[in-house]
Design a protein around this ligand. Structure first.
Ligand SMILES: [Zn+2]
Length: 437
């Protein structure tokens, strides 16, 4: 959520960098793994050295652990650096978490609502924003099958506007606030006739609920969804309804673009943006499902080195039919903090709960429910909130409840509650599976 826009000078620097670095960045998209790995290693090592010398939090943590990033020779050395957690970074903000001498006047500030509802502010140097522009462009191109010509119009339905200035004829953008009524958003889309739509899955779900034919008539070239969880089954259904690709991304305010779905639908890691690792409960590297840990490779104002993102996933080495050779993120089972806790303390992943929710809604007739959310406030208990649609009947709540309960293990009591609207989180996100308190 940027608090200000670029100045003309900052924007000119970013544009020049995009033009100059764009071809290099585009080549890296297709580079072999050892080239990418060398690049990521050099940047990750540099960032760790920078953090250890210029950021008090890292300086102290590494000194206590006896870790010296200058001695790092390979990834095995790098993986011996202590992990950094969200609470330390947040508690140390601003003095201890930022590089010495940070000048806020030269920064854009983005605010993360975070999966746990905890707000965190992250400054980026405004004249060094271009890696984010390039990674966004790459992600959006993938949603359109691999190409995103500069004259295509993009509408983004989002909580806040991008900080970008517009250059006439160059990647035209139109912003529509998420807070607008779905009917207004649909009208704005029809007026703008975009090639590309970038939005939250909950917004796309709303739009397809109120005007499936009108959405299809937009003849979009691609749709990119992100920031909230959606399931592949749901995105497949949206693709069929829209007649175009719908691709998901996985990013965080702290680390930026971590992975996004290529034209073939696999989640490729953006290994020139974030070095991603997976660790087990003891913080050791694992080939299985574990916690996502990332090192951001560009933001020297607020470095994130071996940062615990708090989500669960697995990294796979398998090749993708699209021909890109970056590693794949698989089994992204969701934000660790949004899983539900059973009476006995075990946790159900948010991704699984999202699948269960979606199937419960699919089993009913169309228009039974216009929006929904699965929310846990107390351990062992959860509420499935629904906004009834035109086809809602007295038996609908019972049918939804039966569908959910038959898929859940014992130890979670569920009720179905009708509400007039689904509450948003701080920052405007409207997560479908959420644990509060
Ligand atoms: Zn691919």
């Amino acid at each position: 959520m940027p608090l200000r826009r670029f100045s003309a000078a900052e924007y000119a620097i970013n544009l020049a960098a995009v033009v100059l670095a764009g071809p290099v960045y585009a080549r890296r998209e297709w580079a072999d793994r050892s080239t990418l790995d060398r690049f990521a290693f050099r940047r990750a090592r540099e960032m760790a050295i920078h953090a250890a010398t210029r950021v008090p939090l890292y300086r102290e943590r590494y000194r206590e652990a006896g870790a010296d990033p200058r001695a790092i020779r390979d990834w095995n050395d790098f993986r011996r650096l202590p992990l950094m957690d969200k609470a330390s970074v947040r508690d140390g903000y601003p003095e201890r978490s930022l590089a010495d001498g940070t000048d806020f006047a030269r920064c854009l500030l983005s605010t993360s609502s975070g999966s746990s509802g905890v707000v965190m502010t992250i400054p980026h140097r405004a004249d060094r924003f271009w890696p984010y522009l390039l990674s966004s462009r790459r992600m959006l191109a993938w949603a359109c099958g691999g190409r995103y010509p500069f004259w295509w119009r993009q509408v983004y339905v989002y909580t806040s506007e991008y900080p970008l200035l517009q250059v006439p004829g160059l990647y035209p953008l139109m912003f529509v606030p998420t807070a607008a009524e779905p009917a207004r958003i649909l009208e704005a889309l029809e007026a703008a006739r975009p090639h590309l739509l970038h939005t939250y899955p909950t917004v796309l779900r709303d739009l397809l609920a109120i005007g499936p034919e009108r959405m299809r008539a937009l003849r979009l070239r691609g749709v990119s969804v992100g920031s909230e969880l959606s399931t592949q089954a749901e995105r497949d259904a949206w693709e069929a309804a829209l007649g175009t690709r719908v691709r998901d991304e996985y990013s965080s305010e702290e680390l930026g673009r971590i992975a996004s779905q290529c034209p073939e639908g696999r989640y490729h890691l953006h290994e020139d943006v974030v070095k991603t690792e997976i660790v087990d409960d003891e913080g050791r590297p694992t080939d299985g499902i574990g916690e996502v840990v990332g090192t951001e490779l560009h933001n020297r104002t607020m470095p994130f080195v071996r940062y615990r993102q708090g989500d669960l996933a697995r990294i796979s080495d398998e090749p993708c039919p699209c021909g890109r050779r970056t590693r794949l993120l698989t089994d992204l089972v969701g934000r660790r903090n949004d899983g539900f806790v059973l009476a006995d303390g075990r946790e159900l992943p948010a991704g699984f709960l999202l699948d269960v929710s979606y199937r419960a809604i699919l089993r009913g007739a169309a228009d039974v429910v216009t929006a929904y959310r699965f929310v846990q406030r107390d351990r062992g208990h959860a509420t499935f909130e629904v906004v009834p649609g035109p086809a809602w009947e007295s038996t609908s709540a019972g049918a939804i409840l039966r569908s959910i309960v038959e898929e859940l293990p014992a130890g979670l009591e569920v009720e179905v509650a009708t509400v007039t609207a689904i509450e948003r989180r701080p920052g405007g996100k409207r997560s479908t599976v959420v644990r509060l308190g």
